[in-house]
Design a protein around this ligand. Sequence first.
Ligand code: MRU
Length: 370
Amino acid sequence: MKVDGVARRSIQLAADGRGVEIVDQTLLPHRFETRELRVLSDATEAISAMRVRGAPLIGATAAYGVALQMREESSDASLQRAIEALLATRPTAVNLSWALDEMRASLRELPPAAREARAYARAAAICDEDVENCRAIGEHGLRLIEALHERRAERGPLNVLTHCNAGWLATVDWGTALAPVYLAHDRGIAIHVWVDETRPRNQGASLTAWELGQHGVSHTVIADNAGGHLMQRGRVDLCITGSDRTTSTGDVCNKIGTYLKALAARDNGVPFYVALPTSSIDWTLSDGLAEIPIEERDGAELSCVRGRNADGDTVEVAVTPASSPVANPAFDVTPARLVTGLITERGVCEASAAGLAGLYPERSAQSASS
Ligand code: MRU
């Protein structure tokens, strides 16, 4: 996607072909700055501090984290250390363990001297595959948007509600939930996005709004609590969110607050779709509520808000009494029954074991034979 008219990815190799350049997402929307990761600890810090975030981008960064470590030391022990350190950064998005499994599989049989080059090549391939997958998700989602838009063209732009940031900043490029929106906009479909602010870290207000603005897509930031009200008044035609982990039965884990939007959508007859690449599916799980680990983040994310003051300085202010305890679960699980459909790079399916088996027949064959 473009930043000030210049095409770039959220993660890319630095000019020396060894360092890895990321967009520091903690500074957006007020400052666009890139940062170079040079060693493994730069990568673990970037993921833990959420300089990079979003399930697919966490996976891509972890893959490059392994490559950075292979550059320093390519022994078996070093590979294992890198995988363990990266795996410990964030617990919920399954793309992290998926990417690390990919890296381990492509490196472990190689002699140490061959690992650095292979690690960089596999990390680059993971990034390229993510771009292709997100673009394909965009094409499949676009068909849904076109169909809805045709049905109601006389009533102005199609209104899409999204939660958190599942745009290009959350992936390597294009995004998941926002890929269909970008394609629709590029093809001249009148579209408007309701952007949930997404407390406590405000990924909607600061990242989704910034992305959409850079691309010229009409959007309005709303308080997290406003979505249900807008749905009751017929002002939302479609909800699309991303996912950090989806079970083999179609339960969807995503940023905290997604579940409430799905409930409101069901009550108001608004289609609720989830867009995700295959790397976000955890085929080992069948009960999202019982089995998906939910990240608990620092309560300071809730008790304080950060923003820019009138002098242009970034400041943090407290919004809760200092003595009040806070709790900060970062994700929730939307049961499959509330999800209208899953949009993957292979196509759109029902959020159910049967729906996923239809798109991934090789998976049902695997589980039948195991
Ligand atoms: O805590 P974050 O910002 O990493 O959470 C990200 C989300 O919940 C996204 O909506 C999700 O990863 C889908 S990203 C394509």
